[in-house]
Design a protein around this ligand. Sequence first.
Ligand code: PA5
Length: 428
Amino acid sequence: MRYIELDYANVLPFVSAEEIEVQRKNAQHVLKSLRDGTCRGNDFLGWMNLPVEIGEEDLNRVEICARKLRERTDVVVVVGIGGSYLGAKAVIEAMSDSFAVCDGPRVVFAGNNVSEDYLYELRRYIEHKRFGICVISKSGTTTEPAVAFRLLKEQLERQVGKEAARELIVAITDKEKGALRTLADREGYETFIIPDNVGGRYSVLTPVGLLPVALAGFDIRGLVRGAVDMRARCEEKNADLPMDYASVRNALYQAGFTIEITVNYNPKLHYVGEWWKQLYGESEGKENKGIFPASVDFTTDLHSMGQYIQQGRRDLFETVISVERPRYELVVPEDAENLDKLNFLAGKRIDEVNKMAELGTRMAHVDGGVPNLRVVMPELSEYYLGQLFYFYEMACAISGGLLGVNAFDQPGVEAYKKNMFRLLGKPE
Ligand code: PA5
């Protein structure tokens, strides 16, 4: 077993080791306040011990439920938004074959938008199919998933009858509060609980992330094992990797680099970038502060955002999530005519081309004034995703503490809801 690695050598031309050290000293206090539970938002620290608190019984229950739904369905619709969606989506996208038909039901998502077209097309897609629903909402009152669930529940009950539908719906929500809890209890759905002390965006290692991942047929034990190992390393080594990442990005922020772009060179990681953006955006962007989190897929976006990154405003830094070993091997073939003049690549692995694109881009961007960090994953597996998630969560909590904000609330999210409800004529 290896650990993911963090390389920030290409940040040092932009901030000094002393500036990073100042942040690291402050980070020691933040880490202590997280560990002794005296930090801001200290009623939401449950994520810290989640990996070691998930027992064999919990994992079994998730797997049994997933097996049952997998046997009875061809499609499972996972309904949720924000933290109740992105972790599972990230793992499933990262682990899925890009083209093969799923071995088991296809897991699709809803409730993460209120697009009439999306919902109409989803309903049309599952019409006459054997489908199930996994509805996830910690508060149990979020509008987007509630609207989607209302439509899907109505369709399922119409297709199979109310009794059979009951057996095909699983709810993941608070143990007692919220409309979803009331509904689930009344209808007799199987339910899983999201612990009180775990916020949505830190919940990927609860049933919120685990059940959809298991429904898609992936290894939740590997995911948890990765997080367990990263947590153990954090215990043993004073959270060295998260401390470094949090300290470096805050040193950069103080030096005027206010936008962080997470970069991948593998489209399977697109949703890891989306998960990361939510984690850091909601945790840090408040009180008129925060590093703005953005993400790009390279080399695709080198042909769009690459221009800006190379020569636009110099307030960006990049963190590349680099996967060392691809899953498969493929080489560039020789071509007798060589009209495209690419025979110099013949016999080289596609991954070598990709890695040189990564290295060449890093050199160009650093030369162009963009500090560069790298998070290296040995391979794309559930295990290393588990490590990555725990690393990023720990670093986010430390980084939020360095900024002086509460990394566990999201008061700003309410503003749009108030207007939307008023405009829609919601009764007081
Ligand atoms: O991180 C958070 O708490 C939020 O992004 C929530 O996950 C999101 O708003 C969904 O909330 P809920 O699970 O209550 O429907």
